[in-house]
Design a protein around this ligand. Structure first.
Ligand SMILES: [Zn+2]
Length: 140
């Protein structure tokens, strides 16, 4: 047995020992259910609010909190003068998503850096977690 065969044999023995057999997998899988929504609910609703208007931190966020609910707020950053209410809403579990810098018609690629990338980085810096969602203004 050469060195390569020895290494391959050792790898196979270790692999067989580390991974459960098919029957063990089936037993483990039988303990879990695959479902579409949390707690096997029949449906889900996603609440989204665009533009971070004054009513969002003043009314929407507290009303959601009273109901133990969260939403996605799509922010266009040029209107945000105070980031503290936004951080507070984010800390309650709401998603702060990117909705551009100035809410333009995004009809050409030259706006990507200024209207998509830079606002994403700004929201991430202010809120302190990654931004995954971009809601394009006017559906463009
Ligand atoms: Zn909008």
């Amino acid at each position: 047995m050469n060195y390569r065969s020895l290494v391959l044999s050792a790898f196979l023995l270790i692999s067989i020992g580390l991974y459960p057999q098919k029957k063990e997998f089936e037993e483990v899988l039988s303990e879990y259910k695959i479902c579409n929504w949390k707690d096997n609910k029949q449906a889900a609703v996603a609440l989204t609010f665009d533009d971070w208007t004054p009513g969002h931190p003043a009314i929407v966020v507290p009303e959601l909190q009273k109901r133990d609910m969260v939403a996605t707020f799509n922010i266009f950053i040029s209107t945000v003068k105070d980031w503290e209410p936004l951080r507070k809403a984010a800390n309650l579990g709401n998603e702060m998503a990117n909705h551009s810098a100035t809410h333009p018609h995004l009809n050409n690629d030259s706006l990507y850096k200024k209207e998509v990338l830079e606002p994403k980085e700004k929201i991430e810096k202010e809120v302190g977690y990654p931004v995954f969602t971009f809601a394009y203004p006017y559906g463009e």
